[in-house]
Write a protein that binds this ligand. Structure first.
Ligand code: SF4
Length: 498
């Protein structure tokens, strides 16, 4: 395996230096060091990040070859100062030029390593740039390819148009997590709990969740903020049986004021957990959007990735949802799954087109360290993990043929081919929650195990997080503490904002 050592004599932007180097060498093994004394003797490539006075230095050493780039830097600035970003841009663009020059490769997203490339474009538009100017700036300043810069600018325009309908200043969104799944997928890195092992605790979980719902609803009534959107995600929310689903939806709808609600999504998720009875229960509440997630329409891949459902079950679940009366159904896909090549993706897209959902979210496979796919990597060595622009283009074409346009996007670490996840929707069928969570324009109040409540710290771009514990048993026993922590955090935030 190709070995890379990163020596950080200057640690100011260590995360960015590491992520950008890894984007060029996704399969390499890395050692990150902070002093020369720790240096191992053997590596194929050494990157050194250093600074002295008002200058940054980045060097690249491979075999006998040593290249050095230097650039002036701005003085030290406190965290959160917008000008501090300029120093980061300087160091990243030097490193990008070195790595790109030596590998003779460019990256689709240039030197951007963050998860929200469209956020940069939205900021440019908010500061008065046109979409064309935003696109050009992404290309010239961050070396983003023209195709991706166009995508980011297009999404930014649509996001801003959609957000103009939401009063983020006085509103908030609610996320409710159901952390159970019928079985655990091979690539999963969420903290999801297998229903087989946890079925006897689901009602205890709901009892705890009802407490958190009641406590948080009371708190939000005091804040007088308006509930804009609700998203029930997971895990797989339809792991709940119909009685439990009814219990959950009843608790939410009776405790929160839904008079201003713009959207209510239930991520049904795994087709093997969707039944007619559950769909009827969901439809009897003011749910506006559901998601039926195939990930792929190729049976051999479904079997391989441990999704334990058939292609037929996906089609049936989708048709059932239609018959029940849902007129806004999303389907999630993953490209880059093990063993899948262009014809497989083409097949998936053709079958999705026949079903004709209102929206489709295309994920590029990201294999996190904790996923079984990574842990048992050796077992899958022979397999292709194919993802390339041609495959991405197929998904763009299919979305266009279904009259969908891209409206939100995010990137993850360890994505195959350094691509992106894109949500496409027909006009009027977009999911506002997806944009709100990306753009962080209003507080997201999260309930349930693993829920992460987020709101922006006044006067800065930083986000404050209040995390619930991830473990289901811990959550059940400590739910009062979760509710109290939220109350303290939100009240403190309100006193600083008003
Ligand atoms: S359905 Fe989603 S959350 Fe559940 S195991 Fe699969 S990837 Fe993880």
């Amino acid at each position: 395996m190709y070995k890379i050592t990163i020596l950080l004599k200057d640690t100011e932007f260590e995360h960015d230096v590491f992520e950008l180097t890894r984007a060029f060498f996704p399969e390499a093994s890395f050692s990150v060091l902070y002093s020369e004394e720790e240096m191992p003797g053997d590596h194929d490539l050494l990157i050194v990040s250093d600074r002295s006075g008002d200058e940054y230095r980045i060097s690249y050493e491979s075999g006998d070859k040593r290249l050095l780039k230097t650039a002036g830097r701005l003085p030290d600035l406190p965290d959160g100062n917008p000008a501090r970003k300029q120093n980061k841009d300087i160091i990243k663009s030097m490193l990008y030029e070195l790595l790109s020059g030596e590998t003779k490769r460019t990256l689709p997203w240039g030197d951007l390593t963050g998860i929200r490339p469209a956020k940069l474009a939205t900021e440019m538009l908010e500061n008065g740039s046109s979409a064309e100017e935003a696109k050009n700036e992404l290309m010239s300043r961050y070396m983003v390819s023209e195709k991706k810069a166009c995508l980011a600018a297009e999404i930014a325009v649509r996001e801003l148009e959609l957000l103009s309908r939401v009063d983020c200043r006085t509103g908030y969104s609610l996320y409710v997590g159901i952390p159970f799944c019928p079985s655990i997928c091979l690539y999963c890195s969420f903290s999801s709990f297998s229903l087989n092992a946890w079925s006897t605790r689901v009602d205890d979980y709901l009892t705890a969740l009802e407490k958190e719902i009641a406590g948080t609803a009371a708190l939000m009534r005091e804040t007088k903020r308006r509930l804009n959107t609700i998203y029930i995600g997971g895990g797989t929310p339809t792991s709940l049986n119909e009685r439990q689903m009814d219990r959950l939806l009843r608790a939410i709808c009776s405790q929160f004021d839904l008079s201003g609600l713009m959207e209510f999504t239930v991520e049904a998720g795994r087709p093997d957990s969707i039944t007619e009875e559950k769909l009827k229960v969901i439809h009897s509440f003011p749910v506006t959007r559901i998601s039926v997630n195939p990930q792929t329409m190729n049976q051999k891949t479904l079997d391989l990735i441990g999704r334990k459902h058939t292609v037929y079950q996906t089609e049936e679940a989708f048709r059932l949802a239609r018959r029940t009366g849902f007129d806004n159904i999303n389907m999630d896909l993953i490209v880059g799954l093990p063993g899948e090549e262009e014809p497989d993706v083409r097949n998936t897209l053709e079958q999705i087109r026949e079903l004709s959902p209102e929206s489709m979210t295309v994920h590029s496979l990201a294999v996190k360290r904790s996923a079984r796919l990574n842990i048992f990597r050796d077992l899958y060595q022979e397999m292709t993990f194919e993802n390339n622009q041609k495959i991405i283009d197929l998904t763009i074409e299919a979305a266009g043929a279904m009259k969908m346009a891209p409206y939100y996007m995010y990137r993850q670490k360890n994505m195959k081919g350094n691509f992106e996840n894109v949500g496409y929707a027909r006009a009027g069928k977009e999911c506002l929650y997806n944009i709100l969570i990306m753009e962080q324009k209003e507080p997201i109040i999260a309930l349930g195990a693993g829920g992460s409540t987020k709101f922006q710290i006044p006067g800065s771009s930083r986000i404050c997080r209040i995390e619930n514990v991830k473990d289901v048993a811990e959550y059940i026993s400590r739910v009062d503490e979760m509710t109290d922590r939220k109350r303290t955090g939100i009240m403190r935030w309100l006193t600083t904002t008003h």
